[in-house]
Design a binder for this molecule. Structure first.
Ligand code: ME8
Length: 512
């Protein structure tokens, strides 16, 4: 079995500071990366910034800054955010880097050599905000301004000489590709949207611009810069040192396992990207997953609406793990989800502090008082014990399947149920009333510790810092977390010492 896994986030525009939507995609990608690592996969996790194009050029001009300098500053904020979000990314790519420009130039040359690109003239609508061309039927009038029906962004009329990619030629091959690879586009509902878009007819795509200069130059014609989406999508290859196909990164990690993106950019990833790749004889990625939007007050966040949620402020107040837990559990993956301070606080209190945190603290306090901070020396499981333990073993394959199908909701439901069940077990078994039956008391504590260990492993991709704090009790470090070990009920070594644990989550006491 191929044990390599390459996961990517979109590369974000450094046209403005990152917001909660960017944090959401990155945290979700990190969740998958971490889960696959504890399953023994060699994971390559990529994120970065998309720095060329008219949108960035205009944003820089507005601030009277050189575009490169402008990108340097904001890209740094994105890469700092990766650290604040505790992302385990292996690389952070910027499209202004030399390695990337070389890849894009190479890909362009191949497409040109294969006669997939020709020079003509573009006249039509363009949205600088989306960096996208739109057909008339994709537009509507709002307050006497023409905007995209999909994104609501204003469009402007463009008429200029442009290179075109022969997208129309790839309509049938794309439909065949979707049919042969039914899991290429996820979730299912989005796949249908893409297929009907392709079936409705593909026109050749303008892939160069002449009216501004901030981009990678067309190698054979320096008056043109390469269309920013052809430039940006290639980041997934340039981070693997493409075109050097013999290097380890490319050999191990292409085709990408999962491009995790928001639904707003599905067309670029599920139509244009595989078409470019098929045209260049490169295998397309295995899967593109378009998740829903994080809504603020039930609307998509946007600067103009003034409803931007700043992840850094929220993390300062509540901490990173509560935010990660909340976004992963409370936003039904694949759908849009509204987030609010009240829901975040109740999530921290009920799931994290009262449920997981409380379980750990109670069990450890009991061990500290009665067992000298040691794992009990012996145990003998009865039916109650086996029942609460076996459920992990019985569901181990299901859990892996959930993640392979990006069914995070089922994964999180399982954890939630197990958290309740573990607390209930400890309450019902009443170890404090078993002090005369040492064998039983020891077994209850051993089972409780095993449950804490298993839950911490399942929670590691969600709340890595807190999970590691708990696992440290058993001297389990990040490098030796093994997902498979949730099926082992005798993992903890009898009589060994337990390390102290600090407070995991503080309850939010008031609502201000
Ligand atoms: O589109 N909810 O960059 P971008 C959830 N540079 N996710 C959101 C979101 C929201 N409200 N807002 C943004 C680009 N996102 C291109 C990508 S990739 C080769 C080039 C996330 O800065 C989501 O993943 O506009 C969305 O697809 C992405 O940020 C768009 O980021």
């Amino acid at each position: 079995m191929d044990k390599n896994f390459y996961i990517t986030t979109p590369i974000y525009y450094p046209s403005a500071k990152p917001h909660m939507g960017h944090a959401y995609s990155s945290i979700l990608a990190d969740f998958f990366a971490r889960f696959m690592r504890i399953q023994g996969y060699d994971v390559h996790f990529l994120t970065g910034t998309d720095e060329h194009g008219q949108k960035i050029q205009r944003a820089a001009e507005k601030e009277n800054k050189d575009p490169q300098l402008f990108c340097d500053e904001i890209s740094k904020i994105f890469s700092d955010l990766s650290k604040t979000l505790n992302l385990s990314n292996n690389d952070f790519i910027r499209t202004t880097e030399k390695r990337h420009k070389e890849s894009v130039t190479h890909l362009w040359n191949i497409l040109e050599k294969k006669k997939e690109i020709y020079l003509s003239k573009y006249s039509g609508w363009y949205s600088v905000s989306d960096e996208a061309f739109y057909n008339e039927d994709e537009l509507e009038e709002k307050n006497s301004i023409k905007v995209s029906k999909m994104s609501g962004s204003p469009v402007e009329w463009v008429e200029e000489e442009s290179y075109f990619f022969k997208l129309s030629k790839w309509q049938e091959p794309l439909l065949k590709f979707y049919a042969d690879n039914p899991n290429f586009i996820m979730p299912e509902s989005r796949k249908n949207e893409v297929i009907s878009f392709v079936k409705s007819g593909l026109k050749d795509l303008s892939v160069s611009r002449k009216s501004f200069s901030w981009g990678i130059k067309v190698p054979s014609n320096n008056e043109h810069v390469i269309y920013v989406w052809l430039d940006a999508l290639t980041n997934y290859l340039s981070a693997l040192n493409y075109p050097n196909k013999d290097n380890e990164l490319y050999k191990n990690f292409w085709p990408a396992s999962l491009h995790l993106i928001g639904k707003d950019i599905l067309r670029f990833h599920a139509v244009y990207w595989p078409a470019f790749l098929l045209a260049a004889d490169i295998i397309p990625p295995l899967r593109v997953y378009g998740h829903g939007w994080i809504l603020s007050n039930d609307e998509k966040m946007s600067k103009s609406k003034g409803n931007i949620l700043d992840p850094v402020q929220i993390i300062k107040k509540y901490g990173i793990d509560p935010l990660r837990y909340y976004l992963i559990k409370e936003v039904s993956f694949g759908n849009d989800g509204s987030i609010s301070k009240d829901k975040l606080e109740s999530c921290i209190n009920s799931d994290l502090a009262n449920n997981f945190g409380n379980l750990c603290q109670r069990v450890v306090a009991f061990i500290s008082k009665n067992l000298n901070m040691k794992i009990p020396s012996s145990h003998s499981f009865n039916d109650d014990d086996k029942k609460v333990l076996n459920i992990y073993k019985e569901n181990s394959t299901n859990l892996i399947n959930f993640i392979e199908n990006q069914d995070i909701n089922s994964y999180m439901n399982f954890i939630q149920e197990r958290l309740f069940s573990a607390n209930k077990y400890f309450n019902d078994q009443e170890p404090w009333n078993k002090k005369k039956d040492v064998q039983r008391l020891d077994t209850i504590i051993y089972v409780s510790l095993e449950l804490i260990r298993k839950l911490s492993i399942l929670l590691y991709p969600v709340i890595p810092d807190s999970s590691l704090k708990v696992l440290k009790m058993f001297n389990i470090t990040e490098k030796n977390i093994d997902f498979k070990s949730i099926s082992n009920h005798d993992f903890l070594k009898a009589s060994s010492d337990i390390n102290k644990i600090s407070i995991l989550f503080k309850k939010i006491e008031n609502n201000d």
